[in-house]
Write a protein that binds this ligand. Structure first.
Ligand SMILES: N[C@@H](CCC(=O)N[C@@H](CS)C(=O)NCC(=O)O)C(=O)O
Length: 214
């Protein structure tokens, strides 16, 4: 079987989660850049892979799948090694719940409104929309509180070992912690801070860390 191919730019948070799942499972893969900033995600060859013109996309032996949660579950099911989904149905339900929380509440506030405005917009020559950032703060705080509570009883979001929920969260926290809002708000979630220190020891984190503006 051919190695899987991951399509998308290294700076994408969701693409990084896909790479992290492959790194965690020690699966070799090829990374094919899609020039999102230059409109490459809207060209016919990429729209054939992802009709909504987004990244990431995974291709494995002729099988093409998009939507990060689906890709992550496929990776865990398709490749041997460390399991990234808890065996017990309630822990698995908790993992799915947290993945939903990350995508629907944390990503829009912490990533789209804060990380994009603080990091990506200035890199592209714009300036941060302070109103948008201010509006995102209450939901960001709720995300920190909910994630912090999930980490009260166990070292990882859905149990004693890292799961797909942790892998979905890592890229958001890695950018967010470097923003002024992250530096200010993250200490209100001490379990989350300890989680970051613990999980960031995995070599895959450094290996997949994007270089911005370099
Ligand atoms: N629901 C999709 C969302 C994918 C998504 O929004 N990807 C962003 C990058 S992280 C993207 O493609 N942005 C380009 C654009 O929206 O034009 C998933 O979870 O995979």
């Amino acid at each position: 079987m051919a190695d899987p191919i991951v399509y998308g730019p290294a700076f994408s948070m969701k693409l990084r989660s896909v790479r992290l799942a492959l790194e965690w499972k020690s699966v070799p893969y090829a990374l094919r850049d899609v020039d999102v900033l230059g409109g490459g995600h809207l060209r016919p060859e990429h729209l054939a892979r992802h009709p909504f013109g987004k990244v990431p996309v995974l291709e494995h032996d002729g099988f093409v799948v998009y939507e990060t949660q689906a890709i992550l579950r496929y990776i865990d099911d398709a490749f041997k090694g460390l399991s990234l989904q808890p065996a017990h149905m309630r822990s698995r339900a908790r993992m799915s719940q947290i993945m939903g929380i990350i995508d629907f509440y944390c990503y829009p506030s912490m990533a789209t409104s804060i990380v994009m405005e603080r990091f990506f917009k200035p890199l592209l020559g714009g300036s941060a929309d302070e109103n948008l950032i201010a509006q995102a703060l209450p939901q960001t705080q709720t995300c920190i509180d909910v994630l912090n509570r999930s980490l009260e009883a166990s070292p990882y979001l859905a149990g004693n070992s890292p799961s797909l929920a942790d892998i979905l969260l890592v890229p958001i926290i890695d950018y967010f912690r470097q923003t002024p809002e992250g530096a200010h708000l993250l200490p209100s979630g001490p379990n989350l801070v300890r989680w970051w220190e613990r999980i960031s020891e995995h070599p895959g984190i450094e290996k997949t860390r994007p270089t911005l503006g370099g």
